[in-house]
Design a protein around this ligand. Structure first.
Ligand code: B4P
Length: 199
């Protein structure tokens, strides 16, 4: 059910360690607001199914817990953004798990400026401990959820994604949320902290 008319275009990006609940919370936001949801992880997993040369290379990187080249994620995003631009109804975009590198952030900033979607921008940082990430993903058991892969993804988070969060913090665009609560309570904290933004 849509609870907000969200008058001006909003862009929300959910960042956090693997298993912090980015996908889950993005879906909860999408179900309540007139927003579209772009999950880069999902797009990549779909791309991998094509089975061509690029698909195989992307698959190897993802299975090892690494980050695919930024060019590959932009190639996936661009047609979707162009398609969405032509839709009149949606009032915002929820990105789940991107951008993952500082230069990816700078490129995304430029792209959003091009679409004039950069005015209301927030990064939601879902904060969880490494221990909780490992516990949740052990239960989920996706093909990149092996303990060794998750430990590597946590390392990549610290090296690549933490600087992205710092980059947006300097611009005053980060909202931190405690990701170690029930799904509903994380969602409630997001709604409370974004109350003015979501109007
Ligand atoms: P990630 O972005 O790491 O996301 P994820 O592991 O799927 O975790 P997420 O935070 O979304 O947690 P979820 O809601 O599913 O994965 C993306 C994939 O793409 C990775 O393989 C990554 O390496 C790859 N990739 C490579 N290059 C990339 C690039 N350039 N950009 C983007 N991606 C790239 O929740 C996890 C589990 O916890 C679920 O079972 C859920 O039910 C549970 N859970 C969620 N919230 C909970 C809560 N509050 N309490 C208890 N359990 C909870």
């Amino acid at each position: 059910m849509t609870v907000s008319k969200a008058k001006e275009f909003k862009f929300i990006s959910l960042l956090g360690k693997p298993g912090s609940g980015k996908g889950t919370q993005a879906q909860m936001l999408e179900s309540k607001f007139p927003f579209e949801h772009i999950s880069t992880g999902e797009l990549l997993r779909k791309r991998v199914k094509k089975g061509d040369f690029i698909a195989k290379r992307l698959h190897e990187i993802m299975e090892a817990g690494g980050l695919v080249p930024t060019a590959s994620v932009f190639q996936l995003w661009m047609p979707i953004l162009e398609h969405l631009r032509k839709q009149k109804k949606f009032k915002g975009l929820v990105f789940d798990g991107s951008p993952r590198k500082v230069y990816e952030s700078q490129m995304l900033d430029e792209l959003l400026q091009l679409y004039d979607w950069d005015k209301n921008f927030k990064i939601l940082h879902l904060v969880i401990s490494d221990k909780e990430a490992l516990r949740r993903l052990r239960k989920r058991a996706r093909s990149d959820d092996d303990r060794k892969d998750v430990l590597y993804r946590l390392k990549v988070f610290k090296k690549e994604v933490a600087p992205v969060i710092s980059y947006y913090k300097k611009k005053g665009e980060v909202v931190e949320v405690n990701g170690e609560q029930s799904l509903e309570n994380v969602h409630k904290e997001i709604l409370r902290k974004l109350k003015t933004f979501l109007r």
